[in-house]
Each structure stands twice: as C-alpha cells, then as structure tokens.
Write a protein that binds this ligand. Structure first.
Ligand code: FES
Length: 277
C-alpha cells in the first residue's frame, strides 16, 4: 500500500469484511465439507441443466458415431477399372465367338438380340452383324451395310454398341435393333436402326450409333472389337468419340469388370413401331 494511504474503513473490499477470512481478497481457498449443510444452498435447476447437457453430449457423440458409421456402409464404394481390358467374347454356346461364326449365324435381318457385358458387369452391349442376310453386297435393293465405322470381320460389318439408351438409361430389350422391314415407317429414312421403346430415341446402326431422333441427343457408346489371326473376337475398349455409358460417371466406373471373357446371351426384343419418321 502506498505510504500515507489508508482506506481500511472505506475501501470496497474492506467494508463488511469478515476478519475470520484470513486471506487476501482474490485468493481461492478450498474448504472440506463435513456435511450437506456446509455446502450451502445449491441451485438444483442449474445442476440439472448441466447434467442434461452432459448426458446430451454423450448421447450426441454416440449417435453421431453410429450415423457416421451407417452412412459409410450406405454409401456404395466406388468400384471400377483403371483401364479398358482385352476381353475375349464367347458365343451363346460358351465357345469362342469367331468372325466365321458371327458371319454364318447373324446378319442384318437377325431379330433376336445378342448381348454381352463390357467392360463392366452392368454394361450390356449389342453385338450386330450388319451384312445383308443373303450374303450379297449391300445396295438399294439389298438392305445391309459393310465397312461401317470400327466394324470388323470380312466385310467390316460386325459392330458392338451400348445397349443402354442415352436418354434415361432404358436397357435392352426395351432398346433394340430393328432389322429391315420391322416397322412400316423409318426414322430419318434409315431402313434399319436401334430404337428405344421407352421414349422413342433412335440411333443409326451404320454410323457409330449416332443419334437420329430424340429425346436422346448423344450417340450410343461403341465398343472397339478386334479379331485375332484365328478369327477370335475381343472387346478392347470404347471408341474415342463414345460418351460415357448412361448412368455411369465414366464407362470404367460403377461396377466390377467382366473378367477375362464375356459370354453373349440371347434376348427377345421389345418392338414398338412408334417414332418420328
Ligand atoms: S430412355 Fe430411351 S428414349 Fe428415353
């Protein structure tokens, strides 16, 4: 205290000070309670609120952990492939699919659908041979096509396109190949095409499955086919101009790969002759 300054009777901290408290103002002391009366009055409301907050915090932390864990399992893991595999195609009988077999058994007039999955298990594709059914070169009076973009085989007429519509994703058999003469009218004057019966989109089977009529605007993705010297057919990728398969962020993402081989399956198409001509 400064010399000459004495406020023992007037300073706020000295007024009514209990001389029994023999410690300076501001010092904290701990007293051992000997009974409940020594604890003095307790605000029960505050105590209960604190208890509730503590319990709530514990419950919240536990629930948060459970919800987080559950979300982890609800969210499907991202699966897929890092690059396009070389996959050998097998025919419906389980034997290797060869150019000779395709050219002998399938042609532009084949109405059944032949489908194989590639590159993922949930990505079906049409296998088509667009060469005329009579084996003669295509022409105005002989519907069919040869040397189509990315076609393989003797006539460049064997192609594969995604069998998932680029509009809202209707898969085969709702989207199907329509052989020549299937319907009285044709989209864009094409005598054969792929048509989705869900909302009417059509695609040009002879030109990389480009879109002919909407509501779809994108082409069907096209599978790159290759034949080895023995004529065995492989799927090796998707053409550079292909958009991702509908419903997939990328064609390589969204399911597991098909493995080393993929077998062709036969399906009956849904045919609906209702589209803009
Ligand atoms: S899903 Fe094919 S036209 Fe709509």
């Amino acid at each position: 205290m400064p010399e000459g300054f004495d406020c023992s009777a007037t300073c706020p901290w000295a007024v009514d000070r209990d001389p029994a408290l023999g410690f300076p103002v501001g010092q904290v002391r701990r007293f051992a309670a000997t009974n409940d009366d020594d604890l003095g009055d307790v605000d029960e409301t505050k105590r209960n609120v604190l208890k509730l907050l503590a319990i709530g915090g514990l419950v919240g932390a536990g629930a948060g952990g459970l919800v987080g864990g559950a979300l982890q399992y609800l969210q499907p893991p991202t699966v897929g492939l890092s690059s396009y595999p070389r996959v050998q195609l097998l025919d419906v009988d389980g034997g290797p699919l060869t150019v000779a077999k395709v050219e002998a058994e399938y042609n532009v007039g084949t109405s059944a659908l032949y489908l194989f999955n590639y590159p993922l298990r949930n990505e079906p594709n049409f296998l088509l041979n667009l060469y005329p059914a009579d084996g003669n070169p295509p022409g105005p009076s002989n519907p069919g096509a040869a040397n189509v973009p990315s076609g393989v085989g003797t006539h460049g007429s064997i192609v594969a396109y995604s069998a998932i519509c680029q509009h809202l994703g209707c898969p085969a058999p709702a989207i199907a190949f329509y052989p020549p003469g299937t319907c009285p009218q044709t989209p864009g004057g094409k005598s054969f095409y792929l048509h989705c019966s869900c909302h009417g989109s059509t695609y040009d089977a002879t030109n990389a499955a480009s879109n002919l009529t909407g509501p779809a605007v994108l082409p069907l993705p096209q599978v790159i086919l290759e034949a080895d010297p023995s004529g065995n057919i492989y799927a090796t990728g998707m053409t550079p101009s292909s958009p991702p398969v509908n419903g997939h962020i990328s064609t390589l993402t969204g399911d597991y790969g098909v493995g080393a081989t993929s077998q062709v399956v036969k399906e009956t198409p849904v045919i609906l002759c209702s589209f803009p001509s």
